[in-house]
Design a protein around this ligand. Structure first.
Ligand code: DCP
Ligand code: MG
Length: 354
């Protein structure tokens, strides 16, 4: 198999850079995009000037203000970020249709057979960065390699405005030196577990054979075995279309009290909101699933005239609950699903993350 040519592009301080671009008064200043300190908000992202004070994504805004009293808080403008995201995708599309967005600001590109026949993934990454800079007045960092795993880690190495190439002959040494916290796919909990097993770097992880890894970490152990050897055959999957996002809970004891059902709906609505928020998705249709103690199941749908605002999901779910003939039966499971997502444009019949 000839080597694939994969680029991972990740925008630098995405929301904050857009705010600094659109508001010259913010240029060069520490800014945080997100919620306000007195409203118990959190930082979505911070400009590089603010990061110098130790401020980062997901930090409570109050803490950010303590670290940098003159920081400027800016309200997010998601519609603008989505539209920039779609502009970035148009730039990618000049080179390849094999684009896999991971969020609004990052994507994998497979440029093994690029549209212009340029052939060099490094050259393409340079051109993409140049187009983003001159056309959108923003900077991106890119990682170039022969697989997704290495390309993603590489894009983070020389941020901001970075371009890092890790060729096939360098992959194994690169991964051996890599601290395991930097492995994409190894979260904090797993990293801690690995540390307890004296695993701190790729080289340490390589000492474990496949059965050991599976014993300690379950099925994903096989993935760890491969990636630590630079083996990652996962294809770049264009447009994973989002069809629905749902959550459900089976209760320890069947519920009979209406008030308990309302409490559960509230919990489920919060969970589904979080997941929608993470994907920046909003759907028109809400489905409520109810399973009774005799395992009979019914669903009720509601389709709104606009995408259901996430803070109204609980309200509409409760409304659907009223339409369920409960008749004193116990309820063992409730579920809420959002579907029928907002489409971008008629010509782009996908949920647009890019
Ligand atoms: N984001 C968020 N909450 C988080 C993390 C990120 O709302 N906990 C949003 C804001 C970011 C955007 O997603 O601008 C992209 O996330 P990144 O992790 O790529 O962070 P940035 O692009 O802001 O910075 P970096 O230069 O480190 O990529
Ligand atoms: Mg980014």
């Amino acid at each position: 198999m000839p080597f694939r040519k994969i680029i991972h592009v990740d925008m630098d301080a995405f929301y904050a850079s857009i705010e600094q671009r659109d508001n010259p008064a913010y240029k060069g200043l520490p800014i945080a995009v997100g919620g306000l300190p007195h409203q118990r908000g959190v930082v979505a992202t911070a400009s590089y000037e603010a990061r110098a004070f130790g401020i980062h994504s997901a930090m409570p805004s109050r803490k950010a203000q303590e670290l940098c009293p003159h920081i400027v808080f800016v309200k997010p403008r998601f519609e603008v970020y989505k539209s920039v995201s779609s502009n970035i995708r148009s730039i990618f599309k000049r080179y390849t249709d094999l684009i896999e967005p991971l969020s609004l600001d990052e994507a994998y590109l497979d440029v093994t057979n690029d549209k212009y026949g340029i052939g060099s993934a490094i050259e393409i990454a340079q051109q993409i960065k140049h187009a983003i800079k001159t056309e959108l007045l923003l900077t991106a960092s890119a990682g170039v390699s022969t697989n997704k795993f290495v390309a993603k880690i590489a894009s983070d190495i020389n941020k901001p405005d970075g371009l890092t190439f890790i060729g096939p002959s360098k992959i194994e040494v690169f991964i051996e030196k890599l601290p395991i916290e930097k492995f994409h796919g190894i979260g904090k909990v797993t990293a801690k577990k690995m540390n307890n097993l004296q695993i701190y770097t790729g080289a340490d992880l390589k000492q474990l054979d496949k059965p050991d890894l599976i014993r300690h970490f379950g099925k994903i152990g096989k993935f760890y075995y491969d990636i630590v050897r630079g083996i990652d055959d996962r294809p770049v999957q264009p447009f994973r279309e989002l069809k629905s996002i749902g959550v459900e809970d089976t209760f320890g004891k069947d519920l009979f009290e209406y008030q308990d059902l309302c409490t559960e709906i509230k919990i489920l609505a919060e969970k589904v909101c979080k997941r929608l928020d993470a994907k920046q998705a909003q759907g028109f249709t809400l489905t409520l699933k109810v399973k009774f103690s005799d395992f009979k199941q019914i669903t009720r749908n509601y389709t709104h005239h606009i995408p259901i605002p996430i803070n109204e999901i609980e309200y509409f779910a409760l409304d659907l609950l009223k339409r369920v003939p409960i008749d004193g039966k116990g309820i063992r499971l409730l579920g809420i699903t959002i579907s029928n997502f907002r489409l971008n444009t008629p010509s782009d019949n996908q949920l647009s993350l890019f």
